[in-house]
Design a protein around this ligand. Structure first.
Ligand code: AGP
Length: 613
């Protein structure tokens, strides 16, 4: 979704803004623009399309001289991608320039009011009302800070804003509510951005602004105000990871790099939390007596994070004996979920900014449920809003299609499960210790799944199966939950129509879609159900399907008797098997997308961080 960068300092702003925007490309965008306060006043250049088009238009920023400026990558919501709809948006009188990430829900009403006062609009966006509203109040009071305050008081919705005023050539104002915004402290320069990589080249000192915060700053000074307008301190944290973590590092795509990052980031997520074959989760704030009262667990998330929840249901119910329901966040909010203080709600999110998940979290808190977030981005809105957060230490994930975040989320679910099972005494000590030992060794097993031999085999299947129009993923139990993620990967980056079904469910309808040549990817790693899945493979093969089966090494020969092709992963503790199974599905989608000539890292229509409902 939209990305914001702002700079005030002594260097030329435009090249810094363009570079910062390039680090936000991963968020997904369809147009870009910058506005610099220079010798000619506020000057904006913007264009539909990729950032390179803006670089060309501005001659790499040289056409916009000045040491203060704002930049934006836009993911269209109100109005098609076009030069006109691109940000920054200037007020009709040219006094105020704004970049905005978020949605103004009451923009139509405000637009009508502004039109009735003689204001002309030049775009279809909701953002243009913000610059005009600030300009209106500024004309009334000639006090910029007060004008911004009055304007945002009238806004309903979400916004991270960077604001420039023609009459204040050295000052910028930034405001945040329900959309991410960080503030960077440099030496004689300050920055704002939607995410850390945009400014990490310039500073490691970053404050995660709170909802309602306003920052008023020049190159030499900054003042922060909270939602009540009171002066507050926002102390910077030091970013410890390197910019290289958010760069491709020699890989052709971020997705491939992130696939190969998995053994390391799983080590970072798991190892510090296992000691002497026991899970140590200091982050869980609830006492054993509180945990023993938990009667139901909801797992609330979107997309792949939700599919982690689908795996988690099997694991938590089996190991902890607590009814567990995964539910997509956009449904949870409006489903009148039955919540009380004996309900534990887990919110899973890589970005920590997903609007639906954040709203669901607020709903759960309002109904007094216990809330625990599993989040990757430190300081993000979901991390801050939950009772407690368990971070997945996946590092920055740039490719739109998640891989390493999914894997670390799953690992965090195992940690929570084994921790709860020990507190609730639902698993024997020896079982817990065996599972902890296996979990500690998971990164090594993932490494084995990424061996050159296995990757070559996957590349071969991708190169021979890539031009299928449709695909079906089938599996049982934990495998059926992994199918959901495998199918999503293929849809989102390879644009292949793909469905995931519990293997036993096919004959209740979807099998009518199987015809000669239909691609079926069957996962058969749950040993007690292996024969049943083979029977389902036979059913689809009888109708002409072409079946690629994923199973464990020990079952390879058996699977070969039924499926057309077989790929394997090592056999691990049954609870952890989904973590290995997803690796060939990720690589299969990656190489299939490549073979189809798709933009792997930035698939069409998708955004990395979905901050709208
Ligand atoms: C997965 O590859 C997708 N990018 C998407 O489904 C994603 O998992 C979903 O939008 C949730 O995002 P979050 O984890 O940041 O909340």
């Amino acid at each position: 979704m939209c990305g914001i960068v702002g700079y005030v300092g002594r260097q030329q702003a435009a090249p810094i803004l363009l570079d910062g925007l390039s680090k936000l490309e991963y968020r997904g965008y369809d147009s870009a623009g910058i506005c610099v306060h220079g010798p000619m006043g506020l000057e904006a250049m913007k264009t539909k399309g990729r950032l390179q088009a803006l670089r060309d238009k501005t001659d790499d920023g040289k056409k916009l001289p000045g040491v203060i400026g704002i930049g934006h990558t836009r993911w269209a919501t109100h109005g098609a991608p076009s030069d006109q709809n691109s940000h920054p948006h200037l007020s009709d009188d040219g006094v105020i320039a704004v970049v905005h990430n978020g949605i103004i829900e009451n923009y139509m009403e405000l637009k009508e009011m502004l039109i009735s006062k003689g204001c002309h609009f030049h775009s279809d966006t909701d953002t243009e009302v913000i610059s005009n509203l600030i300009a209106l109040h500024y004309r009334e009071h000639h006090d910029l800070l007060e004008a911004v305050r009055q304007a945002i008081r009238r806004l309903e919705g979400s916004y991270a804003l960077g604001i420039l005023c023609r009459e204040f050539p050295r000052q910028m104002i930034a405001v945040k509510k329900d959309s991410p915004l960080i503030f960077g402290f440099g030496d004689g320069e300050y920055f704002i951005a939607s995410d850390v990589p945009a400014i990490l080249k310039h500073t490691r000192k970053v404050a995660y602004l709170e909802d309602g915060d306003m920052a008023v700053f020049t190159a030499n000074s900054v003042s922060f105000y909270n939602a009540l307008g009171e002066p507050v301190r926002r102390t910077p944290e030091t970013i410890t990871w390197e910019l290289s973590a958010a760069e491709r590092g020699g890989f052709p795509h971020f997705m491939l790099k992130e696939i190969y990052d998995q053994p390391n980031v799983l080590r970072d997520t798991i190892h510090p939390r296992i000691q002497n074959n026991h899970v140590v989760l200091d982050e869980i704030p609830f006492s054993p007596s509180v945990l023993k009262k938990i009667r139901r667990i909801y797992i609330v998330a979107c997309g792949s994070s939700y599919y982690v929840g689908c795996v988690a249901k099997y694991i938590l119910e089996k190991s902890c004996k607590i009814p567990t329901e995964p539910i997509v966040a956009s449904e949870f909010r409006y489903a009148d979920p039955i919540l009380d203080e004996n309900t534990l709600c887990l919110f899973i999110s890589q970005s920590g900014e997903t609007a639906d998940t954040l709203a669901a979290l607020r709903e759960a808190k309002a109904q007094k449920a216990k809330t625990l977030a599993i989040v990757n981005v430190v300081g993000s809105a979901i991390a801050k809003a939950a009772d407690q957060v368990l971070y997945t230490w996946a590092g920055p994930e740039i490719a739109v299609a998640t891989t390493k975040a999914y894997s670390t989320q799953l690992a965090t679910i195992y940690l929570i499960t084994l921790y709860l099972a020990e507190v609730l005494e639902t698993m024997a000590q020896e079982e817990i210790q065996a599972a902890c030992k296996a979990l500690y060794g998971l990164p090594e097993q993932i490494q084995a799944c990424l061996s050159q031999e296995r990757i070559t085999q996957i590349q071969y299947y991708a190169s021979t199966l890539f031009d299928h129009r449709d695909a079906f993923f089938i599996g049982r139990n934990l495998d059926s939950a992994t199918c959901l993620e495998g199918s999503l990967k293929l849809k989102e980056i390879a644009y292949i129509h793909s469905e995931a079904y519990a293997a036993g469910e096919l004959k209740h309808g979807p099998i009518s879609l199987i015809e000669p040549g239909t691609l079926v990817l069957a996962i058969a790693t749950v040993a007690p159900l292996f024969e049943k899945t083979m029977a389902n493979i036979k059913e689809v093969k009888a109708r002409g399907a072409h079946v690629l089966c994923l199973t464990t090494e020990d079952l390879e020969q058996e699977a070969k008797k039924t499926a057309d092709h077989v790929i394997t992963v090592p056999k691990i503790h049954p609870l952890l098997q989904p973590s290995l199974n997803v690796i060939p599905l990720q690589t299969f989608s990656y190489y299939t997308a490549l073979a189809r000539g798709c933009d792997v890292d930035q698939p069409r229509n998708l955004a990395k961080s979905v901050t709208v409902e």
